[in-house]
Ligand binder design. Structure first.
Ligand code: ADP
Length: 504
């Protein structure tokens, strides 16, 4: 997908855009019961875009009750699988037909470059919905080999009402990674989007209804994590919580499940992904370009961002020099509504301050800022200011520094030199996280050996961030306990039933 619209066209549309501010419950927009709101702010210029309804526990109760009623009367789960597939396919068509509006909402809301919406987010949203729609009538149960006195079947049934709590870095895409398999499996869902980017997901729910989805099957409650999110995770009628976000909140959700109804909890949490560059890598320039993209795409606000660059000492200095040169060539910071912009602000001034504080702390501990090249940056200014963080590369870091150990979620990478393969693996695995990793090498044996040794749910060899819907995405260790994408994630929103039929 591309956009033929110019910067001025997008500015004009932004000036005219109508924003739906309500929660979306039982097929319609509603105010929060207490009548409270919160501001949605454009991080590129600090402008308040809308006062969004602020859902709390009572609104979650209402949304879950709507989902439970829809679940109990079977208005979705009991439809023929193919009929549900047709609704989801039509939903994708409507998302595609409304892509300009959805792209604009998301760019205004979280500062993502509008061109990224067309190159990455929207195509991936469409692929995800269509993939899971087509999986619906391919799920099969089994008849096991038992004694002739019995017939034993194992079948798959939906869970009921599922709660989804999602982050702001890809607001629609992260939601759809959950929504598509949840709905394909026949469940009802209550979605709690991130409060930093609440504009687009209620529109997704409206389009689901427009596509023929029954009211009450897909409800959205915007609000704060500690209010709406917590209430959803504690709810006694929610069968499962699926989450993408921070490790700290993931741990809270496990606790909420224990305090309430032992609901299933599927977590995709943080990452601190290493990219290892061996001395024999066969296309040095291509590898460096991918290293640059691995940390500066989406301003580094990516769970699997390649934030730890581990480079063999023999190529380290050349790598750093090339990285600095290519970052300037490949990324154009600017107004996210300008289709030429490839680096926008981070999501908020709060997040900007967090990221800058982490860089500052690393410098106090002895790290050196190699990028921005000292003295050469032009501060990026837009009317009203913006939450921009410069592309940053830190050298002279040590393994114990927070900048190496903690998720930063901004355009900041560190680089470390290593001498041996064993040292590279030890550095890579010395992390509480294990979401993704990559190895760059020309040697097949090295590639296999290292990919087996890396403690990560996703390993890329001679690439970074590649994949399609057949790739399960999720982490080892404290990066989570579940997988998105791949048809198995549909199974994770189903439960198995054993039916043992006596034939005597
Ligand atoms: P990030 O650091 O990326 O903002 P968070 O984990 O804080 O990640 O937020 C991810 C999602 O979790 C958001 O929708 C947020 O509102 C929600 N959230 C935050 N705190 C809680 C909580 N205590 N209970 C439930 N959801 C929460």
């Amino acid at each position: 997908m591309t956009t033929a619209l110019t910067h001025q066209d997008w500015l004009d549309r932004a000036a005219r855009i109508e924003i739906a501010t309500g929660l979306f419950i039982e097929g319609q927009y509603v105010s929060a019961l207490a009548g409270e709101t919160f501001d949605s702010v454009n991080p590129a210029n600090g402008a308040v875009l809308a006062q969004m309804a602020r859902g709390k526990a009572a609104d979650i109760d209402r949304a879950v009750a709507s989902g439970l009623a829809a679940w109990r009367d079977g208005r979705w789960a009991k439809q023929a699988p193919r009929a549900r597939a047709e609704v989801l396919l039509q939903w994708a068509n409507l998302v595609e037909a409304n892509s300009e509006e959805l792209a604009l909402l998301e760019t205004l809301d979280m500062g993502k470059p509008i061109s990224d919406m067309f190159n990455i987010d929207l195509p991936e949203v469409l692929k995800t919905i269509r993939y899971f729609a087509e999986c619906i009538d391919k799920i099969e149960g089994v008849v096991t080999h038992t004694d002739a006195s019995a017939l034993h079947t194992i079948t798959h049934e939906p869970l009921g009402v599922v709660g989804a709590i999602t982050p702001w870095n890809y607001p629609m895409l992260m939601a759809v990674w959950k929504l598509a398999p949840i709905l394909a499996a026949g469940n009802c869902v209550v979605l709690k989007p991130a409060e930093q980017a609440p504009l687009s997901c209620t529109r997704l729910a409206q389009l689901f209804v427009d596509a023929g989805g029954p009211a009450g099957v897909f409800n959205v409650v915007n609000g704060m994590g500690t209010e709406a999110g917590k209430a959803l995770a504690l709810h006694m009628d929610v069968a499962k919580i699926t989450f993408t976000g921070s490790t700290a909140v993931g741990k809270l959700l496990l606790g909420y499940a224990g305090q309430s109804n032992m609901k299933r909890v599927a977590l995709e949490t943080g990452g601190k992904s290493p990219q290892i560059f061996m001395p024999d890598l066969y296309d040095f320039d291509a590898a460096v370009d991918r290293a640059v993209g691995g940390i500066f795409d989406n301003a580094g606000q990516v769970c699997n961002a390649g934030s730890r660059l581990l480079v063999h000492r023999s190529i380290h200095d050349r790598f750093v020099a090339r990285f600095i040169e290519r970052a300037a060539a490949l990324y154009q910071p600017g107004d996210p509504l300008d289709p030429a912009t490839t680096l926008g602000p981070v999501v908020s001034q709060t997040q900007r301050a967090n990221v800058m504080a982490k860089v500052q702390r690393a410098c106090e501990q002895g790290a050196t800022v190699a990028l921005p090249v000292p003295g050469s940056t032009r501060p990026l200014t837009l009317p009203g200011g913006g939450a921009y963080v410069p592309m940053t590369l830190l050298t002279h870091v040590t393994q114990d520094m927070a900048i190496v150990q903690d998720e930063t979620f901004g355009p900041v990478a560190s680089v470390q030199a290593f001498d041996t393969e064993a040292e590279a693996i030890a550095l890579a695995n010395d992390s509480i996280y294990g979401l993704a990793a990559s190895v760059w090498t020309a040697d097949l044996k090295t590639a296999h050996r290292m990919s087996a040794a890396l403690e990560a749910g996703v390993v890329w060899v001679n690439c970074f961030g590649d994949g399609d819907m057949t790739q399960p995405f999720g982490g080892y260790k404290q990066s989570g306990n579940s997988r998105d994408k791949h048809k198995d994630s549909l199974l994770s929103y189903l439960q198995t039933k054993s039916t043992w039929i006596s034939l005597v």
